[in-house]
Design a binder for this molecule. Structure first.
Ligand code: NAG
Ligand code: NAG
Length: 490
């Protein structure tokens, strides 16, 4: 950790706060500036003194990201040119996201986008996204599945992402297909969609043929943008000629098993349950957040249990905020991670705060991440015995509910986890540990070495009858460098 600091020419800064961070960030906080240099001519971002500025929405779209989003909605005939379509579009996967301006400008329409980088060259853009306070995951569209369950997103988006969608029998498009809900859209903005030359024409022809065999239909096409729509049911798959490529996935394939699972070039059909409901059965946002998720039945959980869980976490969040209050202002926290998210009720209880939550679900537990997406929230699957796929200093608050107890059970090192949490945490960021007393004692022993400071300790017993001796321990990460070299971001 310490060694990394040696690379900086300028001291780290306390990140600029959301929503100002949508438009500007400190250069010093993003150690590799080559992307800024590369994109300077495209007007995505420019360097200005000690800051990087994202002008005109920070995309290559001539009229800015806001206008571009409205024109997508207009192409789909959504009322008021609002892409959220009355709350029916909420979760979006943005592939090859530039500096995530698409995701940044969707937020005002109550749409939340997970931005992922398409390949090694552009992973650095994920760091820009997180520094700006926009949800992003350092995921690579390569050979492994992205760490999201099937049918998680209502819309996938890619603009000039320079991905070869035709490679390996269309395996990357088939991964998007797995991730889209019934009737989900793929908005693709690229010169090929409005072919100018021979090569573009060839790519367009082959892509059109491929997605047709995948049963996608063109919903709209305009300028350099095409929007395809995925079928609502399996009917079209069944009607294909025998031997049509790509094939359907094997019936024993679990479309929601994602951690370290290799992609395959096959179509993921809908389950019988989805077939029966002819679609997702989702309530429109925002009632979707608190309605019982359609896939709750996959786990055999009752609606009553779900509603109790929602209530319990509402109380816990209130309690957490009281503990944090002396240390935070309204805009202090932006990027939050719930390291063991269960049903996503921690994130749901934060809905009135100007924050977003990365909900992490352990890869060896029940894969409740599909419930989290059903609620209109974002997340990923992870194993905390390993490093999380994000840049250093990208989260303002980490919530670790029984995560350390799990480490112990799995025989992984609690010390390694502490170091990983320190790596992910932004300067002056917070940790809330909710765990057994011996875990809290263990962490306390390491505070000095990590330059962390105890903020508060509370007995958790009072806020729910479910707790068995859990303690709430709030910690703040101090700045590493001498305070006189730091500037306030105000
Ligand atoms: C297409 O171009 C027209 C102007 O020529 C513009 O008004 C519209 O927003 C564009 N649509 C998209 C999807 O970019
Ligand atoms: C939008 O409306 C136009 C004009 O009525 C129609 O031609 C087009 O098919 C509609 N598109 C979609 C995606 O509904």
């Amino acid at each position: 950790m310490v060694i990394v600091l040696g690379f900086f020419f300028m001291p780290l800064q306390v990140p600029i706060k959301w929503p100002r961070s949508r438009d500007e960030v400190w250069k010093a906080n993003i150690p590799h500036n080559f992307l800024a240099k590369e994109k300077q001519d495209q007007n995505w971002m420019t360097e200005k003194g000690e800051k990087i500025i994202f002008p005109g929405g920070g995309t290559h779209f001539h009229y800015g990201a806001g206008k571009y989003i409205a024109s997508l909605a207009n192409m789909l005939n959504f009322s008021n040119d609002n892409l959220n379509n009355g709350g029916r579009i909420r979760t979006v996967l943005d592939v090859g996201c530039g500096v995530a301006s698409f995701g940044a400008y969707l937020l005002s329409s109550d749409i939340i986008a997970m931005s992922v980088a398409p390949n090694d060259v552009h992973q650095n853009q994920i760091q820009f996204a997180l520094e700006r306070g926009i949800p992003a995951y350092l995921g690579v569209l390569g050979t492994k599945r992205l760490p999201y369950p099937s049918r998680s997103f209502e819309l996938a988006h890619c603009s000039r992402c320079r991905i070869d969608w035709l490679q390996r029998d269309g395996i990357l498009l088939l991964e998007l297909d797995r991730l889209l809900r019934p009737g989900g859209y793929f908005a693709y903005s690229s010169p090929e969609a409005y072919a100018q030359d021979e090569e573009d024409l060839r790519i367009w022809r082959e892509m059109s043929a491929l997605v047709e065999r995948m049963c996608w239909k063109i919903a709209a096409k305009q300028n350099q943008t095409v929007i395809w729509v995925k079928p609502m049911t399996n009917d079209c798959y069944m009607e294909r000629e025998p031997g049509t490529q790509p094939p359907l996935c094997r019936s024993d394939d679990d479309p929601d098993a994602v951690y370290g699972v290799k992609m395959e070039a096959c179509i993921t059909p809908y389950s019988d349950q989805t077939q029966r409901t002819r679609g997702s059965g989702l309530a429109p946002w925002p009632s979707r957040l608190t309605s019982p998720p359609p896939r709750l039945t996959d786990f055999g959980h009752s609606i009553d249990m779900f509603e109790k869980d929602t209530e319990v976490w509402q109380r816990r969040i209130e309690n957490y905020w009281n503990l944090l209050k002396p240390k935070i202002k309204a805009d202090t926290l932006r990027n939050i991670m719930d390291m063991k998210a269960n049903f996503g009720s921690f994130a749901a209880a934060l809905k009135d705060k100007d924050v977003w939550v990365m909900n992490v679900v352990p890869e060896d537990g029940p894969n409740t991440l599909k419930l989290i997406y059903d609620r209109g929230l974002l997340g990923s699957v992870h194993n905390w015995c390993e490093a999380y796929s994000t840049y250093p200093r990208t989260y303002d608050l980490l919530h670790a509910w029984t995560v350390f107890s799990d480490m112990e059970r799995k025989g992984c090192s609690g010390e390694d986890l502490l170091i990983e949490m320190d790596r992910m945490l932004r300067p002056t960021g917070f940790i809330i540990v909710r765990d057994k007393r011996p875990v809290v004692e263990f962490i306390k022993k390491h505070l000095t070495a990590l330059h962390w400071e105890a903020v508060a300790t509370a007995d958790a017993d009072s806020d729910s009858e479910q707790d068995d001796g859990e303690i709430v321990f709030v910690i703040q990460k101090k700045m590493w460098l001498a305070t006189e070299t730091l500037r306030d971001s105000e």
